[in-house]
Design a protein around this ligand. Sequence first.
Ligand SMILES: Cc1cc2nc3c(=O)[nH]c(=O)nc-3n(C[C@H](O)[C@H](O)[C@H](O)COP(=O)(O)OP(=O)(O)OC[C@H]3O[C@@H](n4cnc5c(N)ncnc54)[C@H](O)[C@@H]3O)c2cc1C
Length: 389
Amino acid sequence: MPQDTADTVQPLTILTDDEQIFRQSVREFAEAQVKPLVREMDEEAAIPRALIDQLFGLGVMGIEVPDTLGGAGGRFFHSVLAVEELSRVDPAVGVLVDVQNTLVINALLRWASQALRQRYLPRLSADVVGAYALSEAGAGSDAFALTTRATRRADTYILDGRKLWITNANEADLFIVFATLDPSAGYRGITAFLVERSFGGFAVGKKEDKLGIRASSTCELILEGCEVPAGNVLGEPGTGYKVAIETLNEGRIGIGAQMVGLARGAFDATVAYVKERRQFGRTLREFQAVQHQLARAAVELEAATLTVYNAARLRDARRPFLTEAAICKIFSSEVAERIASLAVNLFGGNGFVKDYPVEKFFRDAKIGQIYEGTSNLQLQTIAKQIMGT
Ligand SMILES: Cc1cc2nc3c(=O)[nH]c(=O)nc-3n(C[C@H](O)[C@H](O)[C@H](O)COP(=O)(O)OP(=O)(O)OC[C@H]3O[C@@H](n4cnc5c(N)ncnc54)[C@H](O)[C@@H]3O)c2cc1C
């Protein structure tokens, strides 16, 4: 055996000192600042601006932005830790931070011109929330069937169309909007634009009333003659499909982290509950059936966490991670649904009422199998990789 194996090969779940400190700071913030607001935010279907400002203050809204541009200078893995820890308390807050970092900032870091980086990354790290607008009413899984149209006019582009289900739309001041320059060119016409909320012809439309992650805003965007400076193209005209594919490939690791955090929150609440709740003269934890159910949940949670950390570590190591990202997203979202469901069962009647946290985890879990590529689409990616179909 090589002598240095123990020094160079780290277990996936061993965090570096800075990762540990970072995770601890987000965990403490989530417990102290987010937890007291969870029920109210769910009922009001809104995240208070004051909490968003605190997230900026904590440094989790510009995690990978270099410190020279006002960000935290972290890695993708830090984003995963932040999303996981916030989602352990509230997956709606988790997804706000997830979209900001793993989609919006990620796309800018990779595709923005120097001028766009200088203009937008400091603001995204300081006080501007971002949103990522690909989906349309007729273009969900088939995202590149989008019909929002971009027309060049002198040194601007004019955008016309509607986007649907856009996370963070209520809070955001900057939107990455995908539109086509030429519908006959198929995916090769698709172009990504940076659209400010204040641009003429842009409006945020109806807000969806949802089953779960209710505090996270999900809205329609209305683009009617929306004028975007030509310099606000992200990447090159016609490369929007690449921007979309590459950011979503990474973004779904963030959804894996959201689901692992959610599962952890439901699991921890349940372990505490079964130690307190007494039936038949004993605590629930003394029943072997309950012990085995929770042991099985622990197995699944460990496995899901490993898939997420592995995909994130591969991404930071600049190694291929496409299949691993799809695996982590589908598996974590299924595990989250199963563990949240078990939590409701083991809380009994209390699992069904809003005075306890698990009914919300159960509702929130469902979205993990839908956004950033449904489970069927993840299976397609995995199948393509293993069978070359
Ligand atoms: C809360 C929420 C937040 C969202 N946030 C954003 C956002 O910020 N930005 C954004 O752009 N979009 C966002 N979306 C949109 C989301 O990404 C889409 O809903 C998702 O991609 C699925 O598209 P669809 O709803 O049109 O479903 P469809 O594509 O109509 O799929 C319906 C069903 O058919 C299956 N299916 C479709 N095609 C195939 C196929 N080829 N093979 C097998 N099965 C198939 C799907 O798996 C699914 O089960 C959000 C959606 C929600 C609900």
